[in-house]
Design a protein around this ligand. Structure first.
Ligand SMILES: C[S@@+](CC[C@H](N)C(=O)[O-])C[C@H]1O[C@@H](n2cnc3c(N)ncnc32)[C@H](O)[C@@H]1O
Length: 273
């Protein structure tokens, strides 16, 4: 996991951790930002979206799913780009000590926040951990890998404009907690990729092209975090490249160079699978 906003327990590692935090330009930016993002990861999404055509700001993007969303940095970025404004007051404290009292119950939705302003479309954010409510985002506290999670997410996306509960964008920054067993950890990262792909194939809006090849609709986007695994290239080829118009591998500058994480940005869901 790239950023855990809690202090480590061991003295030696906490000294190293604090030293690294104090040097990290993205942590400094996070703490000095007027909007005070909840996570360092928020800068990865900002960087990715800015470099790759600001797809989140595209007016046709009206339904977004954020998987593995706690504490909520990515969701804040999505909400901003879909025209929702958020208030720093709604954020977790510095270094993310969670305000448990403000946490939403599973599947609840703050109508008080919703009524403050209107943005574009729907954002559904899911995590095992609680997420402090934020404007424009419906949070779900549940295990994405549990049976039935896809149905719950699709139901949350539904609206009169989107009766099927489809998604224009699926984001996954999900990372299983490291168990220390390298084989198991490597496998869980690929299991997450497969589960996200299975969800995306049922939920994403499909690319539409007319008989002359003119693109009528760009097709859904999947941004997927992954970690090193021997079968990664096979997964990319079989699942991603054969089902999306374009697939790019991205290692954002804001992603620590010593982290094995990378992202795939997959654009133009072809709707064949
Ligand atoms: C790197 S953090 C995400 C940070 C987030 N993008 C942000 O900007 O605040 C990864 C998250 O994945 C979540 N996660 C891991 N396995 C999960 C699962 N099976 N279901 C739901 N969430 C999961 C973890 O609880 C953790 O909060």
């Amino acid at each position: 996991m790239s950023f855990r906003p809690t202090l480590p327990l061991h003295k030696k590692s906490s000294t190293a951790w604090l030293a690294r935090q104090s040097r990290d330009p993205f942590v400094k930016a996070r703490l000095s930002s007027p909007s005070s993002y909840r996570s360092r990861s928020a800068f990865k999404l900002i960087e990715l979206d800015d470099k790759w055509g600001r797809f989140l700001s595209c007016p046709s993007v009206r339904s977004v799913v954020d998987l593995g969303a706690a504490p909520g940095g990515w969701s804040q970025v999505v909400a901003e780009r879909l025209g929702w404004t958020f208030d720093a007051e709604d954020n977790v404290e510095e270094f993310g000590l969670r305000e448990e009292a403000k946490v939403q119950k599973r599947g609840s939705w703050s109508t008080e926040l919703e009524n403050k302003s209107t943005g574009r479309g729907k954002i559904v954010a899911l995590d095992l951990l609680p997420i402090v409510p934020m404007l424009g985002v419906q949070t779900l506290q549940m295990d994405f890998l549990a049976p039935g999670s896809a149905r719950v997410i699709r139901d949350a996306l539904k609206s009169p404009q989107n009766p099927e509960g489809t998604a224009d964008v699926v984001l996954s920054d999900m990372a299983a907690n490291f168990s220390g067993n390298k084989i198991r950890d490597t496998q869980s990262s690929l299991d997450i990729c497969h589960a996200v792909f299975d969800f995306a194939k049922g939920a994403l809006t499909a690319r539409q092209v007319d008989e002359r090849g003119k693109v009528l609709r760009g097709g859904g986007i999947l941004l997927l975090k992954h970690f090193a695994h021997p079968s990664l290239q096979e997964f990319r080829k079989e699942c991603l490249e054969s089902n999306f118009h374009l697939v790019h591998y991205i290692k954002p500058e804001s992603s620590r160079s010593d982290s094995a994480e990378g992202y795939w940005l997959c654009r133009g869901w072809l709707g064949r699978a």
